[in-house]
Design a protein. Structure first.
Length: 467
């Protein structure tokens, strides 16, 4: 009884503190789940004016399991190959999953961007797979005979469906990525070379029982027969990828970023459409997905004693966020700031070797996938690469994605998301991106890849709970 009274007293005191200090506060965010002061965001209140549902349910799962997987990067240039896996950890149900590959270069239709035209990285291949219970599917991306990339897989026991009847296993001869007039989106500006570099995503659509025989009729009809039950894909998917240089064996492995609770309903979309996507099929809308991916700072180390260091900055919602014709989204002003420290705590060195760089204090990240190398590091061959120079050999850097004071004027529009419920306004600053470090410290004898560390910044007025 005494313990219960103490707990109640502690709760009352906590409410009193919140009531007494109803001022704006800024706090860091952990993977879109909760701020450091313990207040979940958003609260269980009526729907958000910015498009969020009453509760922000989706989150980045640090454990790596989710119903959506985002793979930061693939590369098939100069002998590089990208191997990947996706696993269904459910022991009772099959999972129908959309697999989609996008090129990196953020190509506009006809070289321009008008209100009628989309902008951003377009898909170069997509199809559905059905993972049976406890199943794994794997493949690899490599150079094709036509100057573009192709997808290969030796997995012959996983159902595959591209929207047409016929064989429902992955073909033995690999599948070339689409480009030019052969592209499913009829985007003639995508060349074969553009397909050699990009990123990919896997979106869970349906959880199916019984399995796996239910997958093939479900693929064809998208209608449940009496003996097939379809439901939301739970957080049972995880994935990994590895970039391997065939010439010297240098290997860079990383885990896919997992979005958990992306949706809580059964998604039924044909591979003949561009759905499902991170905008139209999210239970928390595109704003909700951007909210959990938002980062104000990206941090990582570098070592230039071997082959060097490269960073990959991927914006998986850029194509869905951008609206052509007017500066009205966070990607229209693509300036960021890159600051380098050495390992002896020397004074910071702000760099501006990206091109263009007005007034010498800000950098640009113009692509949907941006590869940043230091001092000409030769880890990957990339056409979306920008190189910066530094006098240091060892150290760390800070990539600021919300550089308020960039020259010659401030960001327009700002790098932030603002949503309003019927109680308060919430501001989340930065860009919705993924960060990956590729590190080679001894000329291919010690190589690796790892996610960048990051910090986010959420500002919200404290709730007045007691008057």
């Amino acid at each position: 009884m005494l313990k219960a009274q103490k707990n109640i007293l502690a709760l009352i005191l906590a409410l009193f503190v919140i009531a007494s200090f109803g001022t704006a506060s800024a706090s860091q965010q952990t993977g879109g789940m909760m701020t450091n002061n313990g207040v979940p965001l958003p609260l269980a209140v009526p729907a958000f004016a910015g498009g969020l549902s009453a509760n922000l349910d989706n989150f980045i799962n640090p454990g790596g399991l989710g119903d959506v997987l985002l793979y930061n990067y693939y590369n098939a240039r100069s002998g590089m190959q990208t191997f990947f896996t996706v696993v269904n950890t459910s022991s009772s149900a099959g999972q129908r999953v959309r697999v989609r590959f996008r090129e990196a270069a953020d190509i506009a239709v006809n070289g321009v961007c008008t209100p009628e035209e989309k902008r951003g990285s377009f898909e170069v291949l997509d199809f559905d797979i059905c993972l049976s219970a406890n199943d794994e599917w794997s493949g690899y991306i490599t150079a094709g005979a036509n100057g573009g990339a192709k997808l290969c897989s030796s997995d012959t026991d996983t159902f595959v469906y591209d929207g047409a009847d016929g064989a429902h296993v992955f073909p033995a001869g690999c599948v070339p990525f689409k480009f030019g007039s052969n592209n499913g989106n009829a985007l003639g500006n995508i060349t074969a070379d553009n397909t050699n570099e990009g990123y990919f995503e896997m979106i869970g659509q349906r959880s199916l029982t019984p399995e796996p025989l239910s997958c093939w009729p479900d693929f064809r009809t998208h209608i449940d027969s009496p003996d097939i039950v379809g439901s939301d894909t739970p957080n049972v998917l995880f994935g990994n990828a590895a970039l391997v240089n065939a010439a010297d064996g240098a290997t860079y492995t990383y885990d896919a970023t997992a979005i958990a609770d992306f949706n809580n309903v059964d998604i039924q979309q044909s591979p003949t459409t561009s759905r499902p996507d991170l905008k139209n099929d999210s239970g928390d809308s595109l704003i909700g997905v951007n909210y959990i991916l938002m980062k104000e700072h990206l941090y990582s180390i570098y070592d230039l004693s071997g082959a060097g260091t490269a960073y990959v900055i991927t914006a998986p919602t850029k194509a869905l966020t951008q609206v052509c014709g007017k500066p009205n989204d966070i990607f229209d002003d693509d300036r960021v700031q890159f600051t380098v420290w050495d390992d002896k705590e020397n004074a910071p060195q702000s760099t501006c070797a990206f091109s263009p760089c007005p007034a010498g204090s800000d950098n640009h990240l113009p692509y949907e996938v941006n590869v940043i190398t230091l001092n000409g590091s030769k880890i990957v061959n990339s056409t979306v690469n920008q190189d910066i120079t530094t006098a240091f050999t060892f150290g760390w850097f800070d990539l600021t994605l919300d550089p308020i004071g960039v020259s010659p004027v401030g960001l327009n529009p700002l790098h932030q998301i603002v949503v309003t419920d019927q109680v308060r306004t919430i501001t989340n600053r930065g860009w919705p991106v993924l960060g990956l470090t590729l590190l080679d410290v001894s000329n291919d004898l010690a190589t690796g890849a790892f996610a960048m560390q990051y910090k986010t910044n959420i500002t919200t007025p404290a709730l007045i709970l007691l008057q």
